[in-house]
Design a protein around this ligand. Structure first.
Ligand code: GLU
Length: 551
């Protein structure tokens, strides 16, 4: 029996050749320098911040080079697939406007691009064609090692401190004749297909990673499995070879954890004579934990999951910015010089990535986000808040829509000025800043009056002010002058300097007076501009609120 006959026995229905696929998926017709990138998540878990970093780079590289960014669903591990994972990935790409040029969404019957299928489980025939070719060439073989045998090989290798894997004498089936292999197959023995590696572990090769620079690796000599017996789908390594070759990917951006697979990928591309894409292995995302710095963990850190940011209501701009600042250290300086430019105009340099880890800091994200939200118009914040609360706080959503104009005015307090307030980093924090402006939320309140104040004094100040001084129609200067006038009348001091020099002469200062008024109507000892707050609340509501103080 020849290797061709063995290959036909294993893949009787595969009649196409690699050349057929080369013709079907020709080199892309793109301008010089255009990059083809892909985001290739496995639907085995939810998207995490590391994926977000990769996809941000993918998107950036493709957009700024007028290239192509596509999405590939790497669903070869059917046992670990999680329901809803693909939809969740699409949702996040939509949310951040990282819209792929090519994709395939089976659930909504939507597909774009001529290099598909973009779902690996739909590409079986293509992979089998490539595997069949290798078997014919004698470069891959069926391996009949059972799970028990492999476990005991691993045990022995661990015990003897040898490298783990099926290589050298452990590759028991690599030299079976086609007849011997065929006989086992006909007897119904289970098998995987392995690469017949031609590498020599004692030989080294040089490899350039765009982020890490030139690196040296030993050649691969492990007969890695290229097809799984369970579902006849390829392993990651083999699918990477076939897909990134046929989809004409120019730049592979992926997590640091794949760097150790470079010897395998190098050998696979060499075996087929295909040009390797360029690689950007992204750093691990790390965080400060007390005095330690450690890897961000899906299990320990809620901020590792992308859903966290949606639940909290961080604007998409903030997250993209925060991730860009850890991708390239010169990003912040660039942003200062180009405050309004889209991030895709930044010239990303893989060399400027930190190989030792990218430090992600939630405080930094909060800062970026606060700045961003403070620069928006109140109507824009309202729209963001509306969209967020529709899903995450329905009651609040009804309230802000019932009083849409009023809410917008509340959101506008101290906004249209040179230094706007920066009260919230995300939309889930807004309610906590403005709740007291709504009677519906103004129940069971805790008045934050200064502790040394008596009930009588509080009532005295509030009654005097609202009965004798407050007038809705007053402009800000008149309002303030009246406040000072009352301050002096009640034995407080309206001049801060004087008060500080002789505090014992007075009951308190104008600041104490305005504080009593502030707490009286809002319950809070700190709020934005009191004049605007009183105006927005209006006479009716103020009266009503005062009737509740000290009861
Ligand atoms: N499916 C792989 C993963 O999710 C893709 C890695 C790659 O981008 O090549 O880790």
């Amino acid at each position: 029996m020849t290797t061709k006959e063995l290959a036909d026995l294993i893949f009787p229905n595969i009649t196409k050749t690699i050349e057929d696929y080369e013709k079907m998926y020709p080199e892309r017709d793109l301008p010089e320098g255009a990059k083809v990138t892909r985001f290739a998540p496995s639907p085995t878990g939810f998207m995490h911040i590391g994926n977000f970093m990769s996809v941000t780079i993918d998107y950036l590289l493709a957009r700024q080079s007028k290239g192509v960014f596509f999405l590939r669903n790497e669903d070869t591990d059917s046992a670990r697939e999680i329901e809803g994972a693909v939809e969740a990935i699409r949702h996040i790409l939509d949310q951040y406007d990282y819209i792929p040029d090519e994709y395939e969404y089976r659930d909504i019957n939507d597909e774009k691009g001529i290099y598909g299928p973009y779902i690996q489980s739909e590409r079986k025939e293509i992979y089998h064609t490539f595997i069949k070719h290798l078997i014919i060439e004698g470069k891959a073989y069926p391996c009949f090692l059972t799970q028990e045998e492999m476990d005991s090989i691993r045990e022995a290798q661990t015990r003897d401190k040898r490298r783990i894997g099926i290589y050298g004498r452990y590759a028991k089936y690599r030299n079976l004749t086609p007849d011997e292999a065929a006989e086992r197959i006909k007897n119904g023995e289970k098998y995987t297909i392995r690469l017949k590696s031609s590498g020599d572990f004692n030989r080294k090769f040089k490899f350039v990673d765009l982020a890490n620079g030139e690196m040296e690796f030993p050649e691969n000599d492990i007969d890695i499995p290229i097809m799984k017996s369970s579902n006849l789908l390829p392993t990651y390594h083999f699918a990477h070879l076939v897909d990134d070759h046929l989809m004409r990917t120019t730049h592979v951006v992926r997590g640091q954890e794949w760097i150790s697979s470079i010897p395998v990928h190098y050998e696979l591309f060499k075996t087929f004579g295909f040009k390797m894409p360029k690689y950007v292995h992204t750093p691990l995302i790390i965080k400060k934990d007390g005095d330690k710095i450690r890897k961000i963990s899906k299990r320990l850190d809620p901020e590792a999951r992308m859903t966290y940011y949606e639940e909290k209501g961080y604007p998409k701009y903030a997250l993209t910015e925060a991730i860009m600042t850890i991708i390239n250290s010169n990003y912040e300086a660039w942003r200062e010089a180009h405050p309004d430019a889209p991030f895709t105009e930044f010239e990303f340099s893989p060399k400027k990535m930190s190989a030792s880890g990218a430090l992600f800091d939630l405080d930094k994200l909060d800062n970026i986000s606060k700045n961003y939200l403070s620069r928006l118009k109140a109507t824009e914040v309202f729209d963001l808040l509306d969209n967020w609360s529709k899903i995450y706080d329905k009651e609040f959503n009804e309230l802000i829509n019932k009083y849409k104009e009023y809410t917008t005015s509340v959101l506008n307090i101290e906004r249209e000025q040179k230094k706007p307030r920066k009260d919230y980093a995300c939309l889930s924090e807004v309610k906590n800043q403005i709740w007291y402006m709504f009677d519906e939320l103004f129940t069971d309140v805790n008045y934050e009056f200064a502790e040394n104040l008596t009930k009588e004094e509080i009532n005295n100040v509030l009654n005097t002010y609202f009965n004798e001084y407050y007038n809705e129609a007053d402009d800000k200067d008149t309002w303030f002058n009246k406040m000072k006038e009352m301050t002096d009348k009640l034995g407080y001091c309206s001049n801060m300097k004087e008060y500080k020099e002789n505090p014992d002469k007075y009951k308190g200062s104008v600041a104490d007076i305005s504080n009593i008024i502030r707490v009286g109507v809002t319950s809070k000892s700190q709020t934005p501009d009191l004049y605007v707050i009183l105006n927005l609340l209006g006479q009716e509501r103020i009266k009503n609120r005062l009737s509740k103080v000290n009861k």
